[in-house]
Design a protein around this ligand. Structure first.
Ligand code: MN
Ligand code: MN
Length: 458
């Protein structure tokens, strides 16, 4: 087995890893929804001289080698580019990851009163073990769009003086029947109701507690009951990402699947000064529910953007769009399941990802006989081995658990449809899809270095 990546760093170099993880912790603390990730990505990109590609498209302004541009897709996905000296039809060097994470979303008609308590009804998003989401302090992040188009950005629960909300659980004293249930049924989807109030509005006859909540929403946030019809409000764990472990070697935070690969990919493209072939970083939405919808990877957004860029370099043709995509190389990044000594039975030790062993490459993911996976070409993997070795990046390879134990998907197979070289890569995580996930700081740093090496050399 390969050497632990911590061991190759001198004590004096450990500060670089710590500094990088501080930036990362801040990012995942501040960005708990896809919209927040897009907004922060734009702020970081503009600081590095990136300009809005939509301005170029609107003005028909020519794109030149060295130009740095970004484009937001409905505020929920983003693509960033550094234009290369070679024509776009020679292909792009692409880093991709997703910025949506498992959570609970408010239903369209969420608010109700029962037993003089006010509650929000939710529909969970992505794969969660529902019993993990009870008795935690939770926050509301998202947008409410008023009929006139005004977008209200809402964050309730993160500031010190903010209230928190949450899903209650049954007391142990009365849990005899509940604890006999299967894990998947202990807490069921329709039980994920958020307790948000218990004080009646004076003078109100019916549903006075709900009426009081509506009054607060109106007074404080200008939100009325009907406005929930045009809202995207996400319920997420409250609080900051923290150092984890007595040695502070790890990070605990919400939504590290897949913001750990998103942040590292983003910082890698922000680092590019000049390039032969055009570099791209795409951070997409909806991976956790199948990459569907306009802001998911299945959308034509990326392909359309490449067409627009060809037009702005004076090179547009349908054939060149196809060539640009099929000549591309991509690291499709997502988290891997880290080996957990508490649960060795689901892993095959030779082909598992470990904390401290660096960036993970997955030739394939999928389940039951590699179904639905992008099975990357060994020729591509060989190039990557060489690049990572030349740049002293620690890498490991892994599968998602034992054969037939379960499985999962990523965005890799979607981009592979363009006939480009794609491989799954990323960072190992413990507690995947739980409210608080754990990663290794040295793995995060190795992955960031791996992305930089890829953009430079592929
Ligand atoms: Mn993921
Ligand atoms: Mn996931």
């Amino acid at each position: 087995m390969s050497k632990n990546a911590w061991l190759k760093y001198e004590d004096s170099q450990l500060a670089d890893i710590t500094a990088f993880s501080e930036g990362y912790k801040k990012f995942i603390t501040d960005c708990k929804t896809e919209r927040e990730c897009v907004r922060e990505s734009i702020i970081l990109a503009e600081k590095e001289g990136f300009k809005d590609l939509k301005d170029y498209i609107r003005d028909g302004k020519a794109l030149k080698p060295g130009d740095k541009v970004y484009i937001s897709n409905m505020e929920k996905a983003i693509a960033l580019f550094v234009i290369g000296s070679r024509p776009l039809e020679d292909g792009l060097k692409i880093l991709g990851a997703h910025i949506d994470s498992p959570r609970m979303d408010l239903k369209q008609v969420p608010l109700y009163e029962d037993a003089e308590m006010a509650l929000f009804d939710t529909h969970y998003y992505g794969g969660i073990k529902k019993y993990q989401w009870v008795t935690l302090p939770l926050a509301i992040h998202g947008v409410v769009v008023k009929k006139d188009g005004t977008v209200l950005n809402i964050v309730i629960g993160e500031a010190e003086e903010d209230p928190v909300i949450g899903v209650t659980d049954l007391l142990i004293h009365l849990s005899g029947a509940q604890l006999e249930k299967k894990g998947a049924k202990v807490i069921e989807g329709e039980d994920l109701n958020i307790l948000i109030g218990s004080m009646p509005l004076k003078g109100e006859e019916k549903d006075a507690v709900k009426a009081n909540i509506l009054k607060i929403l109106k007074d404080k946030y200008e939100v009325e009951e009907d406005d929930f019809l045009s809202a995207e409000l996400e319920i997420v764990p409250v609080g900051k990402a923290r150092d984890y472990g007595l040695d502070k070697s790890m990070v605990m935070g919400y939504g590290q699947d897949d913001r750990v690969c998103s942040y590292t990919s983003l910082l890698a493209i922000l680092d590019v000064k000049e390039t032969d072939r055009t570099c791209a970083c795409i951070l997409v939405d909806k991976e956790e529910i199948g990459s569907v919808g306009a802001s998911g990877m299945h959308s034509k957004f990326f392909e359309n953007t490449v067409a627009e860029m060809l037009a702005l370099t004076g090179e547009y043709s349908e054939l060149k769009v196809r060539r640009a995509l099929s000549n591309s190389h991509m690291l499709s990044s997502d988290v891997s399941a880290a080996f957990d000594p508490n649960y060795p039975a689901v892993m095959e030790k030779k082909n598992a990802a470990y904390f401290g062993k660096g960036m993970v490459f997955n030739k394939y993911t999928g389940s039951r006989g590699k179904s639905n996976s992008n099975d990357a070409n060994p020729e591509f993997m060989a190039k990557l081995r060489k690049i990572m070795e030349d740049n002293q990046v620690s890498i490991q390879t892994a599968e998602l658990g034992k054969v037939d134990e379960g499985g999962g998907g990523t965005i890799a197979y979607i981009m592979a449809n363009y006939n480009m070289e794609v491989i799954d890569s990323g960072v190992a995580v413990l507690n995947m899809h739980a409210p608080w996930e754990i990663t290794s700081k040295v793995d995060i740093y190795e992955t960031y270095k791996g992305y930089i090496a890829f953009l430079k050399e592929i």
